[in-house]
Design a protein around this ligand. Structure first.
Ligand SMILES: Cc1cc2nc3c(=O)[nH]c(=O)nc-3n(C[C@H](O)[C@H](O)[C@H](O)COP(=O)(O)O)c2cc1C
Length: 381
């Protein structure tokens, strides 16, 4: 299978599955418990249909949006995800370059495998730093200062991961950092020697956002111990309000789902909220962001930028979310499978396909700007 055979999400997913050892593929593809929320995320877009207008002169289409003060050439961005160099040796570098080429925002995870500094040098696109809240407040301040020095535009605090989700696929394969593979897991690696050669002939595994503070790469601290020992489950709204005050730019909470929380995010001065269930990887049974979107937009959409992610695989999914009132849409696996399949050319191809789908969709909907999309264009079944 070649990159030119990939025309949609499923094709990229299949190509990634062929290249990756099973435990790594399942780490990306998997979600929590019975994966009900994961499935619903994409299905939720089928609960409504688009109602197009015609004969509106759609020769030129402008799909740019401004979200949290950042101008994006396209209304979707690459949501922060962990461990990207494990999927392909180019990792975050590929995603930063592809995002720059397409003029969109990209996130670097706290568990990213390329440093904030390097990502900043690679890309002039708006850069998000995805942050977890540590017990050690000094550490939080130091990490925020570092992001500030680097010139990160948007601080994004993930609030849906106060404890790890129950990812049973990872338990079955023994996927963990550092690797703790069981026999079956090891066999899966042996079956994909090309991945192993690629991985072991490039620079070693590192988590540069954390390495200064936690000895993760060296193997003494596992990611699951990082979550249980270093992150603070007693974090409250007051703690976050302090962080918002300290950060000079736009501050965004990722993983808000309730109207009550959305209102509190407004009260403490956040610029944006991302409705998200972490791609179904945390609380299984939680609502899909798209199902919850209208309720949140109605409550706070005039006071804060409402963004959503989860299950987005098509340009029409993006158009439906924007029609309901989202300011932009995040994608995760949509670019991770292409990254795993083919590195930077894979991510670029995926971004280009989404761009083309949105442009085509807008023309067929009779829209020349994103502002023309509204709930008039949508009917729920
Ligand atoms: C492999 C993987 C790793 C992720 N790592 C992080 C992370 O480190 N921090 C974070 O806030 N979200 C993380 N996410 C969640 C994404 O940012 C995003 O919310 C989610 O992938 C959206 O769902 P989608 O994959 O269906 O597009 C991760 C998702 C995946 C699939």
């Amino acid at each position: 299978m070649r990159l030119s055979d990939c025309h949609n999400f499923s094709d990229f997913r299949r190509m990634a599955q062929r290249r990756l050892p099973g435990p790594i593929f399942n780490y990306i593809d998997g979600a929590a418990d019975d994966e009900v929320t994961y499935r619903r995320n994409t299905e939720s877009f089928e609960s409504c249909d688009l109602v197009p207008n015609v004969l509106r002169g759609v020769g030129e289409v402008d799909m740019s949006v401004t979200v949290m003060g950042q101008k994006l050439a396209m209304p979707f961005y690459c949501s922060p995800t962990a461990l990207q160099r494990l999927f392909h040796h180019q990792g975050e570098r590929a995603v930063a370059r592809a995002s720059a080429k397409y003029g969109t925002m990209f996130g670097v995870s706290s568990l990213g495998t390329v440093s904030l500094e390097e990502a900043r040098k690679i890309s002039s696109s708006p850069q998000v730093y995805q942050f977890y809240f540590h017990r050690d407040r000094g550490l939080n301040r130091a990490m925020m200062q570092r992001a500030r020095d680097v010139g990160v535009e948007v601080m994004m605090l993930t609030v849906d991961s106060i404890t790890g989700g129950n990812r049973e696929r990872d338990k079955r394969t023994g996927f963990a950092i550092p690797f703790k593979l069981n026999l079956a897991g090891m066999l899966q690696f042996a079956l994909k020697p090309a991945w192993a050669i690629n991985y072991f002939t490039h620079e070693g595994f590192k988590l540069p956002q954390l390495d200064e503070h936690v000895d993760m790469g060296g193997g003494t601290m596992s990611i699951s111990r990082y979550f249980t020992e270093m992150l603070d489950p007693s974090m409250t709204w007051d703690d976050v309000a302090d962080m918002v005050r300290q950060w000079p730019g736009p501050f965004c909470l990722k993983g808000i789902m309730s109207v009550e929380d959305a209102k509190r995010a407004v009260e403490i001065g956040c610029s944006g909220i991302v409705l998200s269930n972490h791609g179904g990887r945390q609380l299984d049974g939680s609502r899909a962001a798209f199902d919850q979107l209208a309720e949140i937009v109605d409550a706070v959409g005039d006071r804060i930028d409402v963004i959503m992610d989860g299950g987005v695989q098509r340009g029409t999914h993006v158009l439906k979310a924007l029609s309901l009132g989202a300011k932009a849409v995040g994608v995760g696996r949509y670019y991770l499978f292409p990254l795993a399949a083919a590195g930077q050319p894979g991510v670029e191809r995926a971004l280009e396909q989404m761009r083309v789908e949105i442009e085509r969709g807008m023309k067929l909907m009779g829209c020349t700007t994103i502002g023309q999309l509204s709930r008039e264009n949508l009917r729920f079944r």
